[in-house]
Write a protein that binds this ligand. Sequence first.
Ligand code: ARG
Length: 610
Amino acid sequence: MSDLKTALGEAVAAAFAAEGVPADLARVTPSDRPDLADFQSNGALAGAKRVGRNPREIAAAVAERLKGDPRLASVEIAGPGFINLKIADAALSDRANAVAADPRAGAETVVRPRRVIIDYGGPNVAKEMHVGHLRASIIGESLKRIYRFRGDEVIGDAHFGDWGFQMGLLIAAVCDTYPAIAELVEDLNAKGEVTEADRGRLAVLATLGLDDLGALYPPAAERAKSDVGFRNRARRLTAELQSKKAGYYALWERFRDVTREALIRDFHALGVDFDWWKGESDVEDLIGPMVAELDGKGLLVDDQGARIVRVDRDGETRPKKLADGTVIEAPWPDPLLVVSSEGSAMYGTTDLATILDRRQAFDFDLVIYCVDQRQADHFEIVFRAACLAGYAAEGQLIHVGFGTMNGTDGKPFKTRAGGVLKLNDLIEMTREKARERLREQSLGEDVPADEFEEIAGKVAVAALKFADLQNFRGTSYIFDLDRFSSFEGKTGPYLLYQAVRVKSLLRRAAAEAAEAGPVVVAEPAERDLVLALDAFDAALADAYDKKAPNILAEHTYRVAQAWSKVWAACPILQAADPATRASRLTLATATLRQLELALDLLGIATPDRM
Ligand code: ARG
């Protein structure tokens, strides 16, 4: 079942072809002048150039052919040869009935489903998440849902950062701070393994909480910047952990588990749930063989004690700004650092091995890395290395970058204390705001306390996510909780409110035993609503192709607005006659289904009432 735009596109294409004008020029698009027409085709202009005829003449001939089409109320020519199409109410009614009957609310699936991995979120052990992680989580979750809904087989993977230099830093800091832990770790290192007999002693590790790690990490990272001795020690510890030295490994397992548990909980509160929670550490066993293989393929080069893969193609350069402001053409990209001079695996090493791992576990067609734009160079280097090594084909690895969420100072958002934001705190802060807003609007007054909390949680998530997703991901935006959480304007709470209003209407209808029936479009507001509902598939396909959930966000807002106009202009339960009431109830049901579905694809859940 195709949408009106596609169906008309086919009719116009056939008319073009019959006029001897290439059919692919016939493109039908929503009208620029909705007051004059619903759709338009500007193809006669390009067609005229192609076949050497007058554009108005082509447009007139095409229009003549379309005039008999029962789906069209009018076909008119404007300007130099634009064809304006107005849909007949009956055709709109048919389409509305089809959308209403469709559990997918009018959305199609892809012809050829692919196997897709979405790498998003990307949190780290002990390090607090920053706004980059927040955006990665919000955008990645939505892409995952959109891809899956379109019919692809999709895995979302958190790619937990648990194996890099920060692990060495943390081991050093913990051992320096807690002598009892340091002693245990040294004992286990000396013994070379952890046995049953050690179980009791390991209990001391369980005293190490997330807050302890969170407090130890930042000063350790700071100290490593200036203290060479400390830095080198952390590097050595990283390499020893990576060779799975028993004591360090046992300590690290605690780091990993305690962080993971808290993160999964926080992500869940944000409506972000991963299919895989694999870590960088999970590919440790693949690294040795991978390095040997890269070596065998002649890709590894020694570089001052380190081992690298060169990924630049002959003489490539790009402009680089020097400290004094002058711009030079510098060679680029840097090589991939595979093994550091201490013998440890780097960020890029685990990323490369992860591609191998994913290839084995889930023979992917595509991997989408939804990660901060600031890592664009890193991915370019890893992807090139992966292609050189034959782990992926050109185009199978894509970096979907995004801008930052900024504070009012225009810099990446920080908490009032100047620190990076904790996901948990952000959610709590937004929830508090949501409670306040609900009370202001006298919403949620009649519900029990626990349900009120649930509603506030949903309003908070909607506020955060919609504020993010309504911008094209490449654009940075300013964090403004007051605006995001308002029930008016282009916000998540506004959308939830519209959906909830339809739900309560339908409950009332059920209570009055008012039945739904075939849609018969009559009012201008109804026309607009059906045209909006009809555009769902196109918006979804476009969001999918461009990896841009903002296109779907825009559509969702359009539907909500169109609905609120129907609500204002057309009595529903009080409609003049039963057939009109039945028609409007079906429209309401179809609207609600599409709204809830679209919101869900943005990662936003709708409460039943407010
Ligand atoms: N943990 C990384 C960071 O915090 C993000 C991981 C992104 N994904 C990846 N495959 N590298 O920067």
